[in-house]
Design a protein around this ligand. Structure first.
Ligand code: G4P
Ligand code: NA
Ligand code: NA
Length: 192
């Protein structure tokens, strides 16, 4: 087991509906030392890959991306979320449907902060169905930039996102892949 899997076993809580609660260290209270370790691990896994920018999405991705960025020495841009409304032409937008929240948001990045020269590492806390990720990829494509890779903290391997993204040929590095969880026993199975 790696350091993140160990932490999930120690402090993660399995909820009904296949939800893993990690709010004591990952997405409400934030363990910055852990984020630093995550950043170091991604830096190792993406060694030799040209990256000049990190892209994430509000809210939970931001803290992780900022700490990870210290290991890449690149700026962080985060996509903003808004309810679907008409938007003007100075931004890239993509519509993202949230499976968990059952709503639709536009994710938005200003054209000022993404261009065709960018080689982008996407960072986020969770990968479930991959809707958020596909929105970010679509925005990167709209900008004519390229996806250098994707770093995820926790992938829920029993949902479809990981397989879809890997099948599209992206280099996806999830630090922990949960293949199953049992809310009765609290047991969590990780992929080897
Ligand atoms: P998808 O983008 O992969 O399709 O995910 P989905 O719509 O299913 O997830 C919606 C939100 O719920 C995302 O956060 C995602 O990170 C989060 N999420 C999904 N599964 C879990 C889980 O098991 N545990 C926890 N804690 N979160 C989960 P969000 O609401 O879009 O963003 P944020 O504001 O929380 O960052
Ligand atoms: Na998130
Ligand atoms: Na979240």
């Amino acid at each position: 087991m790696n350091f993140l899997e160990e932490r999930i076993i120690k402090d993660g809580v399995v909820k009904e509906g296949n939800i893993l609660k990690v709010d004591s260290f990952l997405n409400h209270q934030l363990d910055v030392e852990l984020f630093d370790q995550m950043g170091a691990e991604w830096a190792k896994r993406f060694e030799g890959v040209e990256i000049n920018k990190i892209l994430t999405i509000e809210a939970s991705g931001i803290g992780i991306a900022c700490v990870a960025a210290r290991h890449f020495n690149v700026p962080v841009v985060f996509a903003k979320k808004s309810q679907s409304v008409n938007l003007d032409g100075e931004m890239y937008t993509a519509e993202v449907e949230s499976f968990t929240h059952k709503n639709k948001n536009n994710v938005i990045v200003s054209k000022k902060f993404l261009n065709e020269n960018d080689k982008v590492l996407i960072i986020d806390d969770f990968l479930a169905n991959g809707c958020a990720l596909q929105g970010l990829i679509s925005i990167i494509n709209s900008a004519g930039a390229s996806v250098a890779g994707i770093g995820i903290a926790i992938e829920k391997g029993f949902q479809s996102g990981g397989q879809i993204i890997r099948n599209l040929g992206y280099k996806l590095e999830s630090l922990a892949i949960v293949d199953g969880m049992n809310p009765e026993t609290g047991k969590i199975n990780f992929r080897n």
